[in-house]
Design a protein around this ligand. Structure first.
Ligand code: CA
Length: 405
């Protein structure tokens, strides 16, 4: 079944093969879990009350909840059962009469953050991105540090400042060096940047001491969202040695409101890039990349189209690495890929790369130029993946507008 009885315009990317999960607020009422279909949302609380999910999962309360937390924790059997039932409800025309009255227009609802973010990890898995930054900041040494091809580099970020698409981004203040050798000053960042990334959401937790093998990726990961890792480059470059990213990153990270289930991305699986040297055995197994196409728009001008398929470290390797020491997973953990950049200039996923640290400003369609972001600028990160028969699986978008403090 690939078509819904409901009109699902192709540009939405929310066809019957996708069925992403989010949370909606409609008409000032309590938040409820929902599935997006075309230009509509099916609220699962209302659908459950109408008996449409009777017997599908042992506790249909997980569908009537105000967030996805309990559904995420329910695991792959429940995820598949609900997906199968939703496919029937929205695909079989015999269900139209009972489902149609429950549908809400996406334009008429707002989307809060759909799950409670537990822990947040950000990786650094694009070789092109890592090499670009290496060339900029360490021009006299090798572009990659020696550990980069042996393990997926990452750091623990700040879960409490992850915000949903549409949340305004306040230009952070911080400490920076105005010039090499000068004394540090405190004030608003002058190098506010983005990082176009894809994040994976953990459903099934682990106990302390347990590791997740590469092969077990789909037993724990529910789905994927788009991530914009806002970055203050001047704060970052002054503070990051020797312990890594801190306040130049933690002020805000934006995510898209609809979680695309892993199941919807099966058609997008691609072989991972060849890895040389061969990683250690704990990073090997049955794993794959995803052929996701990202797009970055600044004030209406498309400035980049980063390709996710070429990422050096796959999401399964990232998960295996981050649990290899026995660190436990919690439901709602989010781990992001790191900036997605391809080999071409127009495939770079950050302004620091697109403008080569501000030296080569971008020209926008309105005639203005940008090195880094100006107050009032709006960044839209969108993405899609191949679906069945030439269709596209859409991620929607994550947007943010910069405001001064
Ligand atoms: Ca990042």
């Amino acid at each position: 079944m690939t078509d819904s009885w409901l009109d699902t315009p192709e540009h939405t990317g929310f066809g019957l093969d996708n069925l992403p999960y989010g949370v909606i607020v409609h008409d000032g009422r309590a938040p409820q879990v929902a599935i997006a279909i075309g230009e509509h949302a099916l609220p699962l609380g209302a659908a459950t009350e109408a008996g449409l999910f009777d017997g599908v999962v042992p506790d249909t309360g997980i569908l009537g909840a105000p967030s996805l937390d309990r559904f995420l924790a329910a695991g792959p059997t429940a995820w598949q059962a609900v997906r199968d039932r939703a496919t029937e409800l929205l695909g079989d025309a015999g269900n139209a009469a009972s489902v149609r009255p429950l549908l809400l227009e996406l334009d008429a609802v707002s989307n809060p953050l759909p799950f409670t973010v537990a822990d947040y990890v950000d990786f650094y898995s694009s070789r092109d991105h890592a090499e670009n930054l290496g060339r900029m900041f360490r021009p006299d040494s090798a572009a990659l540090l020696p550990n980069w091809t042996h393990l997926p580099i990452g750091y623990h970020g700040r879960a409490g400042t992850i915000v949903v698409s549409g949340t305004p981004i306040t230009r952070p203040h911080g400490q920076r060096l105005p010039a090499p050798g000068a004394e540090p000053v405190f004030g608003p960042t002058t190098r506010l940047d983005i990082e176009a990334e894809v994040g994976f959401v953990i459903g099934v937790p682990t106990r302390l001491g347990q590791s997740v093998s590469v092969d077990e990726f789909a037993d724990h990961v529910f789905g994927a969202v788009l991530v914009n890792d806002w970055s203050a480059r001047d704060i970052q470059s002054w503070e990051y040695q020797p312990l890594g990213p801190f306040l130049g990153k933690s002020f805000a990270t934006s995510v898209s409101p609809w979680i695309v289930p892993l199941r919807a991305l099966n058609e997008a699986r691609v072989a991972p890039p060849r890895q040389d040297p061969l990683p250690l055995p704990y990073l090997l197994g049955d794993h794959w990349g995803y052929d996701l196409s990202l797009r970055v728009d600044l004030n209406g001008t498309t400035v980049s189209r980063p390709p996710f398929a070429g990422l050096y470290w796959t999401p399964a390797q990232q998960l295996a690495h981050m649990t290899s020491n026995g660190a436990s997973l919690r439901t709602g953990d989010l781990f992001a890929s790191g900036t997605v950049s391809g080999p071409e200039r127009a495939q770079r996923g950050s302004f620091i790369e697109l403008t080569w640290n501000g030296a080569e400003p971008l020209r926008l369609d309105d005639g203005s130029t940008r090195g880094f972001l100006t107050d009032g600028d709006t960044v839209v990160l969108s993405g899609s993946a191949p679906g069945h028969g030439g269709t596209r699986i859409g991620f929607g978008a994550v947007t943010g507008t910069i405001q001064s403090k």
